[in-house]
Design a protein. Structure first.
Length: 179
């Protein structure tokens, strides 16, 4: 309700548009919603589940299937890392949470493992390097493993990064030749 007037949620509006717009036009609407931070994947998925017989479900589901809901993660390197985890079937971490007094990028509490995503913008000064090394030492003293991963590695060394994360989570390595 807005000023006493019933309003349709954006997710429900996308569903309704799915039955009237062409697929390519709906795709552009969803892309624009994503660009302007008006796309809530979780809400869209809930609407699709709630209205399973609706004619807009099929095209909307097809479009949003390419999106990965990454709760509390920021765009850029954090989202790219979440997509890498999904691609390699690795568990989703808690993101941007406090561990040992520091906000860490990714945290798997059961494995006591942290991944820090080092973008050049946030980690290019000596002060940032020193702060990062201190954080690593505090985590080490607390028995928490940590791994630093750069944007370059996420995009150029995907399989190796996935194996590094698997090792940090104490998961068995993927046998050579496996998908």
């Amino acid at each position: 309700m807005v000023d006493g007037i019933p309003m349709t949620s954006l997710a429900r509006t996308y569903l309704d548009l799915g039955q009237t717009l062409s697929y390519s036009r709906l795709q552009k609407v969803i892309e624009e919603a994503d660009r302007t931070d008006r796309l809530d994947i979780r809400a869209v998925q809930e609407v699709i589940e709630r209205y399973t017989g609706h004619r807009g479900c099929r095209p909307l589901r097809r479009i949003v299937s390419d999106y990965l809901w990454t709760p509390d993660s920021n765009e850029g390197i954090e989202r790219d890392f979440q997509l890498l985890l999904a691609d390699f079937g690795l568990p989703t971490p808690q993101v941007n949470v406090v561990v040992q007094g520091f906000v860490v990028d990714c945290w798997w509490p059961a494995s006591r493992f942290v991944v820090e995503l080092d973008s050049q913008g946030w980690h290019k000064t000596w002060e940032a390097h020193e702060r990062d090394r201190k954080r690593d030492a505090v985590l080490l003293r607390a028995g928490i493993g940590s791994l630093r991963i750069t944007h370059r590695r996420i995009h150029k060394e995907r399989a190796e990064v996935a194996e590094d994360v698997r090792a940090g989570l104490r998961l068995p390595p993927v046998p050579p030749g496996s998908p």
